[in-house]
Design a protein around this ligand. Structure first.
Ligand code: CP3
Length: 340
């Protein structure tokens, strides 16, 4: 699998490529699969449908890795929180975490309740070509905590930050509990067939430097260390959106650093590439134009083109209004441009 080889900095015939949020509404095939489910959470719980959505980008785009179709919010859901996906509103958690009691009530056995994700992984691994990798994932403790404390998405993260600065011990209790659950969950995903795992820290960049390391990176590292100590042959990818200003202080036992689109790739290369493989980081909005795709991929190729240990990706996720034709054009263009 060229994706796994690149994670371990082994030589590959070209750069492997996959796209964050590659299974999604920009694909008409995804929308057709989603229509068979009774809402988004039912979609996540239906292993057969989740497997179908996972395989679509492999068939349609020709990417080198599939990422299991699910959502980061199945963890709070299976910890016992109410989670709703309202059309055009995004996720809503109507009973947010406020107190120690709320944290104590969260189930410790959420990894046991996520059997439907493991079933989907088994179906996908059985159906995937042997040269295509399967990626498992989870949200980071901090990113999940923001949804659980804010009760949904947020622009300011005011409630989660209020807890960070006025009741840090309470937030740390929640983050520890989430870290244990996420560690269990990722190990179970690996045992069900995931060949690599990625932790999505979508809102790490909402934190100032000291708070980022205290409340987010510390827990990402802790989970990565546990996975690496128990499953050393599985690459661990850490992606923190907005951590580009903090690269000098990045450390830990993991394999691949996910570079977001705000971070110049040459800076990530000079600071981190001696210790980690790199994944990223084309600005997703370039998907709107083939000329912009070519220019963006060529810019990255000038820096990473001949390097072992580089995985092409976007610097954040696919958007619902992107065109699948342009996504396929990108995948083909990367395979050609990065060929050794
Ligand atoms: O990458 C993949 O293709 C795998 C699937 C995947 C989904 N969500 C499916 C999904 C992954 C990896 C995620 C991760 C996720 N979910 C993140 C981290 C990644 C990032 O982009 O930073 C976050 C923050 C979430 C939380 C979440 N889930 C939001 C904010 C939304 C609403 C988005 C919207 O535009 O409505 C979701 C729902 C969701 N998760 C969709 C998909 C395909 C769209 C829901 C639908 O089909 O109606």
């Amino acid at each position: 699998m060229i994706f796994i080889d690149a994670c371990f900095k082994k030589p590959t015939p070209t750069a492997p490529v996959w796209l964050m949020r590659q299974a999604g509404r920009y694909l008409s095939e995804y929308r057709a699969t989603r229509a068979k489910a009774n809402g988004f959470i039912d979609f996540c719980r239906r292993s057969d449908l989740a497997a179908e959505a996972t395989l679509q980008p492999i068939e349609i785009l020709g990417v080198d890795a599939a990422i299991i179709f699910s959502d980061i919010l199945v963890v709070p859901l299976e910890m016992g929180m109410r989670v709703e996906f309202a059309e055009k509103v995004g996720p809503v958690l109507p009973d947010p975490i406020k107190t120690q009691d709320d944290i104590d009530r969260l189930a410790n056995d959420c990894a046991d309740r996520l059997e439907y994700v493991y079933d989907a992984l088994k179906i996908v691994r059985g159906a995937l070509a042997p040269d295509k990798a399967l990626i498992g994932f989870a949200g980071s403790p901090w990113t999940l905590a923001t949804y659980m404390i804010e009760g949904g998405g947020s622009k300011t993260y005011a409630t989660a930050k209020k807890m960070a600065y006025s009741a840090p011990d309470l937030l740390h209790k929640l983050l520890r509990k989430l870290s244990d659950a996420i560690g269990d969950y990722l190990l179970r995903q690996i045992d069900a067939g995931a060949n690599a795992v990625q932790i999505f820290d979508s809102w790490g960049g909402a934190l100032e430097k000291s708070a980022f390391f205290e409340f987010s990176w510390h827990y990402m590292k802790r989970i990565a260390k546990r996975v690496k100590s128990e499953r050393a042959h599985i690459p661990v990818i850490l992606f923190s959106k907005g951590a580009g200003g903090y690269l000098e202080a990045i450390d830990g036992d993991f394999d691949v650093f996910g570079v977001d689109w705000n971070t110049p790739i040459e800076r990530a290369k000079s600071v981190l590439f001696d210790r980690y493989a790199l994944q990223g980081n084309m600005e997703p909005a370039r998907l709107y134009s083939k000329a912009a795709i070519e220019a963006g991929a060529c810019d990255i190729a000038r820096v990473m083109g001949k390097e072992n240990g580089y995985i092409f990706n976007l610097g954040h996720g696919m958007q619902p209004d992107f065109s699948s034709e342009n996504a396929k054009f990108l995948v083909d263009f990367v395979h050609e441009t990065f060929a050794r």
